[in-house]
Ligand binder design. Structure first.
Ligand code: GLY
Ligand code: MN
Ligand code: MN
Length: 416
């Protein structure tokens, strides 16, 4: 049976304190389908005999536009964005029961927001009240995200072009950060350099809170306070990427505060770099999701044995997972509108196969805390190298090569 109605609201504005709001960010699903960036908007897609797209949005309001800026209004939005219909957002609750009448299903992000759940139940109950006039209410409610997630997982050419640009801007920000780093500057000064480059090149915001972690702070995986002084002889780990037109980049680079790797730092850095190369080698159509992780772990585990950080044979270290003491996270995630993007990782209980148009990060690392049974030269070294990779027909394309990655490239840049 055909038909069905999908209802996709954008994100609410969120108050920060009193009259101030957090910078507005639309809902990713809504933006994926509409490109519309104003708050207080809902997309309704009607399937069946009379298929159409309907936008509900804020009306034009000269008084509010003087204070808060331009609004398209329903007529303007219809004209500019090509919706089949557009109506004032105030008419949503009145129109939805009519649109849902005699439709087999409602497709909705059930469970994402209790206020929206209650509204959806209200629309359904309004339709049910009309049953004695011969009107049928939808018999099924489906999670609209299941379909959209699979669509979003495979990026089209235009999406990849935007992600390539987000990656370029983010790589330039990492280069700027490397150039500006020196002993006794503080982590937040380097964070400011990243933000400066993102915004200077037109990115709207960071895609996530930047991690700028000197020395042992790099061993805190989600370190975001970014307020410590940078010390001569330490490494600096930066995990930062911008959001451009709704799409994220996600890059990590680790480099010496004074511009030269120490022998111990270099040993571990080369190991992480080799594990990343082995992982990227596995990114091609037909490879399964976990192949890059398996490849990275194998290289890291052997390296930890060779450097005296893990004991036993490779098979034992992998079997007992003793490498997890130093490498406890996974090697990547889907990347797209959300930094940890949508899409299943397994299908039918098996790791899914990579396909052209999928974008993922490859981000192995090692994090070594001081301990009596750990060689002291490795204490407080945290390293991660993270790049963004698109699966292509023939293999993969690394989007983030603009940020230097090898020891020689990094030391050369920092010597300038
Ligand atoms: N920046 C978040 C991550 O690397 O997963
Ligand atoms: Mn990542
Ligand atoms: Mn990251």
């Amino acid at each position: 049976m055909g038909g069905g109605v999908a209802v996709i609201p954008t994100a609410p504005e969120r108050p920060r304190n009193r009259d101030s709001h957090y910078p507005y960010r639309f809902d990713s699903y809504f933006h994926y389908l509409t490109g519309f960036v104003e708050p207080e908007a809902v997309l309704v897609l009607v399937a069946g005999d009379a298929p159409r797209s309907i936008l509900f949005c804020r009306e034009k309001n000269l008084e509010r536009e003087i204070w808060d800026g331009f609004r398209h209004g329903p007529d303007g939005a219809k004209e500019t964005f090509g919706f089949d219909e557009a109506h004032p957002i105030g008419q949503l609750d009145e129109m939805l029961p009519k649109l849902l009448a005699d439709q087999p299903s409602l497709h909705f992000h059930l469970g994402a927001d209790s206020a929206w759940d209650a509204r959806a139940v209200g629309w359904l109950n309004s339709v049910r009240e009309q049953v004695r006039s011969g009107i049928a209410a939808p018999g099924a409610i489906q999670d609209v995200r299941a379909v959209l997630d699979e669509m979003r997982l495979i990026k089209g050419d235009e999406e990849i072009a935007t992600m390539r640009r987000a990656a370029e801007i983010s790589a330039a920000a990492h280069v700027r950060a490397m150039r500006q780093t020196r002993p006794e500057r503080r982590e937040f000064e380097i964070e400011a350099e990243l933000l400066h480059e993102f915004r200077r090149q037109g990115a709207q915001a960071p895609a996530y809170t930047s991690i700028v972690a000197g020395g042992g702070n790099a061993c805190v995986l989600h370190y975001v306070s970014n307020d410590a002084p940078l010390r001569d002889g330490d490494l600096l780990l930066i995990d930062a990427g911008c959001e451009l037109d709704g799409y994220a980049a996600d890059i990590t680079r680790t480099f010496p505060v004074n511009g030269r790797f120490s022998p111990a730092q270099k040993d571990l850095y080369q190991l992480v770099l080799a594990s990343q190369a082995a992982a990227i080698e596995q990114v091609r159509p037909g490879s399964h999701w976990n192949a890059p992780h398996d490849a990275a772990v194998k290289v890291l585990a052997q390296g930890f044995i060779d450097l005296g950080l893990c004991q036993g044979t490779l098979a034992e270290v992998l079997e007992q997972e003793s490498y997890k003491r130093y490498y406890m996270h996974r090697t990547g995630h889907w990347l797209g509108m959300d930094v940890h993007d949508v899409g299943e990782y397994k299908l039918g209980g098996e790791w899914r196969l990579l396909e052209p148009g999928m974008v993922l990060t490859v981000e192995p690392g090692c994090y070594i805390r001081p301990a009596d049974d750990v060689p002291e030269r490795f204490w407080n070294i945290g390293i991660r190298i993270e790049d963004d990779v698109v699966v292509t027909e023939s293999g993969c394309e690394v989007l983030t090569h603009g940020a230097p990655r090898t020891v020689a490239e990094i030391e050369e840049l920092m010597a300038q």
